[in-house]
Design a protein. Structure first.
Length: 364
């Protein structure tokens, strides 16, 4: 299986399966001399970790990260620092229940990658989906924590802005509220309503989709390239690579199709030494594939979790028609834990483009 790496100068390669002994990643291209400890990474992993509320899978994983290589410490470094060599990160699996999947070993789950994996490889790890499981994203979050250390002046935050058909009221947006509810929701009132609805959905054995918004503040103008290295191109690729994501938009996104030219244009006025002042940000901080100095804004849509208790029609590996009920421990809304994953992928892309920009122009 190829295509397990992402990025150019800052490059990550993830490995491992949902029910294997461990998963992890190798981060290549991190500059030397950056302070890095396991605690720095663990803080981000703890936000993604399963089993923290009744609204996420009850699989109990500590997601404790181990740094196997790429850091060094002695009396001169003031603590562990990166050496510029590959950083290997390991996260051990400790709470697998592989027996939950015995009944589906020869049945394809609708909405999952079972059929396509078999079509491509002729063999699949049916225990939790193997490599297609969202468990793989723990490694991305670990890599994203390293990426944040490369771009300390850029602040990357994300929030859940829609669950099922119910969107937040943007007039109530409060970043401080994001970590005060189990949904990473910036609208406290919406979070209360979501709790009631998702409880009912969870008890019915069903699921809901979601929309996540990721915002990066402090992005300097100039990151990206105008043709095949567009910043928004790589951001779209990064977000689409997350499990269950079915749509990505930058800035106003699809809504821009309904604007007039006058409405869509982000007008500019005289600013300060950092560049002009924009009167709006429909472009999401990216013009012609290059960052403008405004906040970079990305949204992505996550489909409802395909693992549900309602019987669904399917076929077996032998082509026989049958029904399937997906047992096990699953997220009633996988979009909740996609919030820190979206942050990680944004940080990885920005770190990569920051290093590319510095390498080409000498500025950064």
């Amino acid at each position: 299986m190829s295509h397990n790496s992402f990025g150019h100068l800052f490059r990550i390669t993830t490995f491992g399966e949902s029910h294997g002994p461990a998963l992890g990643c190798v981060v290549d291209g991190c500059p030397p001399g950056i302070a890095l400890t396991a605690e720095d990474i663990q803080a981000d992993l703890d936000r993604r970790r399963p089993g923290q509320s009744r609204f996420t899978t009850q699989r109990r994983e500590a997601d404790a990260v181990e740094i196997l290589s790429g850091v060094f410490e002695d009396e001169r470094t003031g603590g562990p620092v990166t050496t510029g060599t590959p950083i290997a990160l390991l996260i051990r699996n400790t709470d697998q229940r592989s027996k939950d999947y015995d009944e589906i070993r020869d049945r394809y789950r609708p909405g999952h990658a079972d059929l396509t994996y078999d079509a491509k490889y002729g063999v699949r790890d049916y225990r939790g989906g193997g490599r297609s499981s969202a468990r793989e994203t723990a490694a991305r979050v670990a890599a994203g924590a390293v990426a944040r250390k490369v771009i300390p002046d850029i602040r990357v935050r994300a929030a859940l802005v829609q669950m099922g058909p119910h969107a937040i009221d943007r007039d109530n947006w409060d970043w401080d509220a994001v970590n005060d509810n189990p949904f990473f929701c910036p609208d406290a009132k919406a979070a209360g309503r979501w709790a009631t609805e998702l409880d009912a959905v969870r008890k019915a054995g069903s699921s809901l989709g979601a929309v996540i918004e990721v915002v990066a503040d402090g992005v300097p103008a100039g990151l990206g390239a105008p043709v095949y290295g567009k910043l928004d191109q790589d951001l779209a690729s990064a977000m689409m690579s997350i499990n269950a994501v079915k749509g990505v938009e930058i800035g106003a996104g699809f809504a821009a199709a309904g604007f007039t030219g006058e409405e869509n244009a982000d007008e500019m006025r005289a600013g300060n030494d950092d560049g002009p002042r924009f009167t709006s940000n429909h472009a999401g901080g990216i013009l012609g594939g290059i960052s403008s100095g405004q906040p970079v804004v990305v949204r992505f849509a996550v489909k409802p979790t395909s693992s549900i208790l309602t019987p669904r029609q399917t076929v077996t590996r032998q082509g026989e028609e049958t029904e399937i009920v997906t047992k096990g421990r699953h997220d009633p809304c996988v979009g909740i834990r996609a919030v820190p994953i979206g942050e990680a992928m944004m940080a990885i892309v920005l770190a990569d483009h920051y290093l590319r920009h510095r390498g080409q122009t000498g500025r950064g």
